[in-house]
Design a protein around this ligand. Structure first.
Ligand SMILES: Cc1cc2nc3c(=O)[nH]c(=O)nc-3n(C[C@H](O)[C@H](O)[C@H](O)COP(=O)(O)OP(=O)(O)OC[C@H]3O[C@@H](n4cnc5c(N)ncnc54)[C@H](O)[C@@H]3O)c2cc1C
Length: 818
């Protein structure tokens, strides 16, 4: 069923998210909006009612930074009866340890990459902003002058008034009891005061999200957690500085080495702590609006939990000795397993959307993105990190959510390395090769629940003769020089890579070809046995994913995809007439990549099938049998060497690995991990979706235009690409080679051209074959000619680099096509 031009929208929850969303939707012409709220308006009793409203925008996630930046820009322009919704007092993050000081330099780089103004300050300059700081406690700070304080309740009401003026209705004291469905989608929202017909329902219920989700059978994987916030008695030094309208004048303050933050409340200080034990809250224990002593989302303050934080606060701000904690609460807020919000429309229940686990900081940005998504079908900001469908099934399990979200609470202010894995619950998903990987001393990191070897200690002796430049401390973490030996083995002999975690689908039946033709950019109508690299685009031509598609038979396709979001996108568009079957075959199968100049010498003796260049050419697939194991062999290579991805059923996977391993001994076979893999792929310029390109980029600027066949007939995104094709890209993804091989960066660093910040790094690695440090970066087109000199800012240092032509290695493809 298509919904009417102006659909009837019911938003559940009048917290900051619900109010912002009503405003953004009505602004876009969806004016038939009803917001139902169980509590009174607008101090509803939810988290927004007591949030102290600190807005620090800089985040490792570009998306979250953009959301926060929009919140600041929007709230700065809002007032409620002349009272501001935002106070731009600035932000100050302190470093008390050298690790934090290093991290602040990195954060300064992140801020620069994402367009946030920031400066690093020495202790004296920090004390000029906060005179009462004990300077001996700190090494410096990061000042962000445009951060500040959101007045969440005022912003709720101000946005609600705008929405109301456009036709929205806000109803307090309406508790949602049920959501009804008709014709396979939502049809109404039932409250104790009557039902509201709805074409679209949005759960903006904050910590109550899982309860609302249950009404329609949708998992909302968040964990409500208590977090302590306290206010001191009056502080003499603040007397006369602030008033009720301008509650603060000093920057909001973070002392993350002690898991603390501070803000002024007129003449008192507010102190928030993440230092205490995780305090998960069972939703069934959260009281109703009438029963709660103060508010349902405020639990009684537990003094003992706060005591160590109070001591830390006294150490940083000795003036607090003349005060005491006057009041406090254990306020409840939502945590997710990866710290990101939950956004999107349920596939199972069309018309049911969620916007949950959103901080005040990101609220307006999330609301804008969701409104665009609902009204226009896509958000202009890339939201893949926030999409509620990003999780694997095992990651929706209640124990997993409990475990990981508790961990996210503990780590909220930690200095986290981009490769740092969660420690529990592990191992969660393992490939059939796992026992052998353990025997070979694999160093595992985790992604999507999978244990993934990054290198194998058993290869240590291969690394002995290799001399590598001394890289920095940060780039040395979760890295080993053994990766160089594994890369060398791949380029010079042959290596086995566990590709099992790469998600794969089987798409079959009489409508499969037509479906894939419509969904993807490349020509799918090729003879069985052909493999294609292709893209999924959205309607605006943004890259949603890149896939490897093998046509195994007339109506049978094997897809190598990037993750659950691809499954979701494909299932949403799949015909419902039974003409297409989409099956996730990842759990029951496995894959080993056999790559290197000796790959054929290894595989051919193990099979009666023809693995010669003629028998199985580049980008071709076939069924075969290797050492008695039925496989699907695909002649593709993400590392740029001769070889195959060999897919087999999981139950015979170990046998396949063992056969290849045993036969490979005389060829010097090595097991190789992700660390070598990432380096090898960057030497070849192969993009990683989600890191190098997203929906914000079109294929031409991302350098994957070769996978687009505009003349093959219609496909999603084609019209947008046609409109683009006569405009040269304004920006491009290009490789940089750093001047000094010891300069290895990690990704997300700013890139400067001349005196201005021009772009940012996406992926980076040391190229062991090239003996050069590589970084891919987005830059404006005029700065992308090979030879352009740039600087990559890394921990405050300006590292010289040059834009290079790609691919950096083997442009004639002789290594792959032999
Ligand atoms: C102590 C504390 C300090 C914090 N500090 C900060 C900070 O400094 N900066 C920051 O960015 N964030 C901070 N946060 C987080 C922030 O407050 C929340 O993430 C944010 O307010 C969530 O907004 P929301 O609209 O999603 O949820 P809420 O404000 O909780 O709104 C959800 C609404 O849904 C309603 N609802 C639920 N179920 C039903 C139902 N069945 N029927 C009808 N209505 C229903 C609720 O009554 C509630 O009003 C803090 C949180 C706490 C607890």
């Amino acid at each position: 069923m298509t919904h009417p031009r102006v659909p009837r929208v019911v938003i559940i929850g009048a917290g900051i998210v619900g109010c912002s969303l009503a405003d953004e939707l009505t602004e876009r012409g969806w004016t038939n909006v009803t917001v139902v709220e169980q509590g009174p308006l607008f101090a509803t009793g939810g988290s927004s009612s007591h949030a102290p409203g600190l807005v620090f925008r800089t985040n490792a996630s570009r998306t979250l930074t953009e959301f926060a930046d929009y919140t600041v820009r929007k709230f700065r322009g809002l007032d409620l009866d002349g009272k501001p919704c935002f106070q731009p007092v600035g932000g100050l993050e302190l470093a008390a340890t050298s690790a934090r000081w290093d991290d602040l330099q990195r954060k300064h780089g992140l801020a620069t990459s994402w367009g946030i103004c920031s400066e690093l300050l020495d202790p004296k300059a920090c004390a000029e902003w906060w005179p009462t700081i004990d300077r001996d406690q700190i090494l410096g700070g990061l000042h962000t002058p445009e951060d500040g304080l959101a007045k969440a309740l005022r912003a709720c009401e101000a946005q609600a008034r705008r929405a109301t003026a456009r036709g929205a209705v806000f109803l307090g004291h309406h508790t949602v009891l049920d959501i009804e469905q008709r014709g396979g989608r939502v049809s109404s929202v039932v409250t104790e005061r009557g039902a509201f017909p709805a074409d679209v329902v949005v759960s903006a219920a904050g910590l109550w999200g899982p309860k609302i989700g249950r009404m329609v059978g949708v998992e909302v994987p968040l964990l409500p957690m208590a977090h302590q916030y306290a206010k001191t008695t009056q502080l003499a030094e603040l007397a006369g500085h602030n008033d009720e309208l301008n509650e603060a004048h000093r920057p909001i303050l973070r002392h993350q080495d002690a898991d603390l933050y501070f803000r002024e409340h007129v003449d008192r200080l507010g102190i928030g702590s993440y230092a205490h034990r995780p305090m998960p809250v069972d939703l069934d224990d959260v009281l109703g609006v009438e029963d709660a002593q103060v508010m349902p989302s405020m639990l009684e303050f537990t003094d003992a939990d706060f005591e160590p934080s109070w001591q830390e606060a006294l150490a940083l701000l000795p003036a607090l000795r003349d005060t005491k904690v006057e009041e406090g609460c254990n306020g409840i807020m939502s945590f997710t397993t990866d710290g990101m919000p939950l956004m999107g429309e349920s596939r199972q229940v069309p018309g049911f959307w969620v916007a949950e686990a959103v901080w005040v900081t990101h609220s307006a940005g999330v609301a804008r993105a969701l409104a665009e998504w609902m009204v226009d079908g896509r958000s202009t900001t890339d939201v893949h990190e926030c999409d509620v469908h990003r999780f694997e099934q095992v990651q929706l399990d209640a124990d997993y959510v409990h475990d990981r979200a508790s961990r996210a609470f503990v780590e909220v202010y930690d200095v986290l390395h981009p490769l740092q894995p969660a420690e529990t619950p592990r191992p969660l998903r393992t490939s059939p090769f796992y026992p052998r990987q353990q025997e070979l001393g694999a160093f595992f990191l985790e992604a999507g629940g999978w244990e993934r070897p990054h290198w194998y200690e058993s290869n240590a002796r291969l690394a002995e003769g290799i001399s590598l430049p001394q890289r920095g401390e940060w780039a040395s973490r979760y890295w080993s020089p053994i990766a160089a030996a594994e890369a060398k083995a791949t380029r010079e002999r042959v290596a086995l890579y566990d590709m099992t975690p790469l998600k794969r689908l089987e798409i079959s039946d009489r409508g499969a070809l037509a479906f894939l033709q419509r969904m993807t950019t490349n020509q799918m109508n090729r003879t069985p046995g052909a493999v294609s690299y292709t893209l999924l685009l959205d309607e605006a031509g943004g890259v949603r994913s890149d896939l490897t598609v093998a046509r195994l038979d007339t109506d049978l396709f094997h897809l190598g995809i990037n993750g659950n979001l691809d499954v979701d996108w494909l299932l949403r568009h799949a015909p419902t007439d039974g003409s297409v079957a989409v099956r996730d075959i990842t759990p029951g199968t496995c894959c080993v990549g056999v790559w290197g100049p000796s790959a054929r010498d290894l595989v051919q003796p193990l099979t009666r099938d023809d693995f010669s260049h003629k028998g199985l050419g580049f980008f071709k697939a076939r069924k075969a049998s290797i050492a008695g194991v039925p496989v699907t062999a695909m002649r593709v290579s993400y590392v740029g060497e001769l070889g195959w991805e060999l897919y087999a059923d999981a139950d015979v996977g170990l046998r396949l690995w063992d056969a290849l391993w045993d036969a490979g001994q005389e060829l010097g076979v090595a097991a190789a991990g992700r660390s070598a893999f990432n380096s090898l792929r960057l030497e070849k310029g192969y993009r990683a979706w989600g890191t190098d390109m997203t929906t914000e980029h079109n294929p031409y600027e991302a350098g994957v235009g070769f996978a687009v066949r505009l003349d093959k007939g219609d496909f999603i995104g084609r019209s947008a690409l046609i409109a683009l094709s006569d405009q040269p890209p304004k920006r491009r993804l290009v490789p940089l080679l750093l001047d000094h091989p010891e300069h290895v960066v990690m990704g997300k660093e700013p890139v400067h051209v001349g005196d201005s910040t021009a772009g940012y790094v996406t992926s980076a690695a040391y190229g062991y074959t090239l003996d050069r440090s590589i970084a891919y970066a987005w830059l404006p087109s005029p700065a992308t000619s090979p030879g352009t000199r740039v600087h990559v800012e890394y921990f405050g240092e300006m590292l010289p680099a040059t834009v290079a032509a790609e691919p950096l290695l083997d442009p004639e493809m002789t290594r792959i096509r032999r």
